[in-house]
Design a protein around this ligand. Structure first.
Ligand SMILES: [Cu+2]
Length: 472
């Protein structure tokens, strides 16, 4: 009797496991996402490559390598070389243990090969033209096939005429999820770094340039063309950063500290992780960082090399900072009627001028924020953390609780040491602890909930525990 019951139980269990695993592995569309055994990766400004299942259970992907038009940001379109019509190529996602088959069709005017960067596989599938395989001739389709025996953030890129093909955009993410993850990731992003040289008024990046680049991109887009990263307050966020370019990029996040939890070589044990606010990603590397997004706001995420969150800039300009051009300006204008003296007090004044530059190039600094020009370009984007989100679309500008934005103060008095300071009593604001938008200059009750209003500094201190992990 017991044997019969346990037999039936085993049978039922097998059926259940069968159904469950079939669902988990057949999910390829957005509708099926909740059945995926992982949180799908979001590639801002990019996409994920849809896959299908073969009868033998393999996951099948199809990539083309082609010439395409690519918009770096509104106002600038380049001739790029792409995977399946986009740069970076669509993100490939699979699970450790999957057997993958990837068909690659070469639509370029020259040979190519695709290298699966950091993926552990048989030598003949490594995709090095000439060394491990014949080159893929224009018009030919090759099949790459291997079983994934690791997890992590890997990449794929051209390994035939690399200088030209990667220089024009042929790169993408190959993300392998673990079968089981201990700490669930709520929002998972992937950002590919790249730098380009596009001579002003031209459309094809100059791949012979080795060091002095003029366009710096996140997922082949320059700010203000970069899509924000949208997360909910309290989310565990992972950002995967990949680089197969020429330069290293120190990527800096405002408002949080994070831990580098993985490299292209695999997970970093927790005991070996340390807190950072900037992670350097060298060519050929990937870095995964993780943090809890516990403070709402619009937080900058950018490369910290000063010229990299910046667009096309001529370097052969005279240094005018601190040089008065009074009197000279008029004289020069007699010769050059449109001459304008600029740069004496810094370069900020150039931001809002909308100067007509050469065609098909971007202003050096751009982007409008709610307080004026952001003065950034290139490798710059915004992490938008919000308490309430209805979807993952851009939620717009952050509404700061009253009294939490740095602002001009006055009137000021001079204290005994001769230092200017706020006049006593002028700064007091009374705020509702539940509704920070309800505030007044005298004590009272909140019109929304009836609670006693508290002095603004007191409510700020009350919520300071949320700020423990942050940099300021
Ligand atoms: Cu950089």
């Amino acid at each position: 009797m017991i044997n019969r019951i346990s037999l039936i139980a085993i049978l039922l269990l097998n059926i259940l496991i069968g159904i469950f695993s079939q669902n988990a592995f057949s999910a390829t569309s957005d509708k099926d996402q909740e059945k995926l055994p992982y949180t799908p990766v979001v590639t801002p400004n990019g996409s994920t490559l849809p896959g299908t299942r073969d009868e033998d259970g393999s996951k099948v992907f199809r990539l083309t390598v082609d010439e395409c038009k690519h918009e770096i940001a509104p106002g600038m379109v380049i001739n790029a070389w792409c995977y399946s019509g986009q740069t970076p190529g669509p993100t490939i996602e699979a699970v450790e243990g999957d057997h993958v088959k990837i068909y690659v069709t070469n639509k370029l005017p020259e040979i190519t090969a695709v290298h699966w960067h950091g993926v552990l596989l048989p030598n003949g599938m490594d995709g090095v033209s000439g060394l491990t395989q014949k080159p893929i001739q224009p018009g030919e389709t090759f099949l790459y096939e291997f079983t994934l025996k690791q997890h992590g953030t890997q990449m794929y890129h051209s390994h035939g005429d690399e200088m030209v093909q990667i220089g024009l955009g042929t790169m993408g993410f190959f993300i392998i999820h673990p079968k089981h993850r201990e700490k669930k990731i709520d929002r998972d992003f992937a950002i590919f770094l790249n730098e380009w040289f596009v001579s002003p008024a031209t459309v094809t990046p100059d791949v012979s340039v080795m060091t002095d680049f003029n366009i710096f991109t996140f997922n082949s887009r320059a700010f203000p063309g970069t899509e924000p990263l949208v997360v909910k307050t309290g989310d565990r966020v992972r950002i995967r950063i990949g680089n197969v370019g020429q330069e290293s990029h120190p990527i800096h996040l405002h408002g949080f500290n994070f831990k580098v939890v993985a490299t292209d070589g695999g997970d970093i044990p927790e005991s070996a992780q340390w807190p950072e606010t900037t992670v350097v990603v060298f060519p050929g590397q990937t870095r995964d960082v993780e943090f809890i997004a516990d403070t709402p706001g619009d937080w900058a995420l950018h490369c910290h090399r000063r010229h990299h969150p910046m667009n096309a800039m001529g370097h052969d300009i005279p240094n005018m900072i601190g040089v008065s051009q009074k009197g000279e300006e008029e004289k020069i204008r007699e010769l050059l009627s449109e001459y304008m003296a600029m740069g004496e007090t810094g370069m900020h004044e150039m931001m809002g001028m909308g100067m007509a530059g050469p065609e098909n190039t971007l202003p050096m600094m751009g982007g409008e924020g709610q307080f004026g020009p952001v003065g950034m370009g290139g490798m710059f984007t915004v992490l938008k953390v919000r308490d309430h989100l209805t979807d993952d679309k851009n939620p717009g500008l952050y509404e700061h609780p009253k009294g939490t934005v740095a602002d001009k103060v006055g009137p000021l008095v001079v204290d005994q040491r001769g230092e200017p300071r706020m006049k006593e009593g002028k700064t007091k604001e009374y705020v509702c602890p539940m509704h920070p938008q309800e505030h007044q200059s005298h004590p009272g009750k909140c019109p929304k909930c009836g609670m006693n209003l508290k002095p603004a500094t007191e409510t700020k201190e009350g919520s300071s525990k949320e700020h423990d992990n942050h940099t300021h």
